[in-house]
Design a protein around this ligand. Structure first.
Ligand SMILES: Cc1cc2nc3c(=O)[nH]c(=O)nc-3n(C[C@H](O)[C@H](O)[C@H](O)COP(=O)(O)O)c2cc1C
Length: 128
């Protein structure tokens, strides 16, 4: 169902990851990194990933399972990113402290697309 969309907030824009073509598709040419959370490092990080539940696509799950499955899926995806970062020596942190409304507006999401978790990726020990 691919009910989780992965967005990459980069300095030059916000991109949606297309898993079928393994490409990034430009969503908005804005630097939204500082809107992916409240902590000051998020705006200077090389990359902030944002995990978005697409409730329109999740509607094939029984209603009482949707939120649980979405959380499990985001946890598994972000854990894979963490494993990759550990393998190549990058630093990363998952963050739930974000403003979903603000972020959805900056990313031009519709009402069925809800940002749930962000993950900052950078260089270990880097200072800003
Ligand atoms: C679902 C979830 C949400 C989290 N949200 C935040 C957050 O918003 N800000 C934060 O600093 N840490 C958050 N954390 C904790 C960090 O991801 C991380 O586990 C913690 O900072 C310890 O990292 P360290 O062991 O590398 O120091 C969250 C962890 C989880 C599992």
């Amino acid at each position: 169902m691919h009910e989780i969309d992965i967005y990459a907030a980069l300095p030059e824009g916000v991109y949606r990851y297309d898993p079928m073509s393994h490409e990034l598709r430009l969503k908005r040419a804005v630097d939204a990194r500082n809107l992916t959370g409240y902590q000051d490092f998020v705006g200077d990080a090389p990359l902030d990933l944002v995990y978005v539940v697409n409730h329109f696509r999740a509607d094939q799950f029984p209603a009482e399972q949707r939120d649980t499955f979405a959380g499990v899926a985001i946890g598994a995806i972000s854990q894979n990113v963490s494993l990759y970062c550990a393998a190549v020596g990058l630093a990363c942190v998952v963050r739930g402290w974000l403003n979903p409304r603000l972020l959805a507006g900056a990313m031009s999401l519709n009402e069925s697309e809800i940002p749930v978790l962000a993950q900052t990726i950078g260089h270990a020990g880097a200072t800003v």
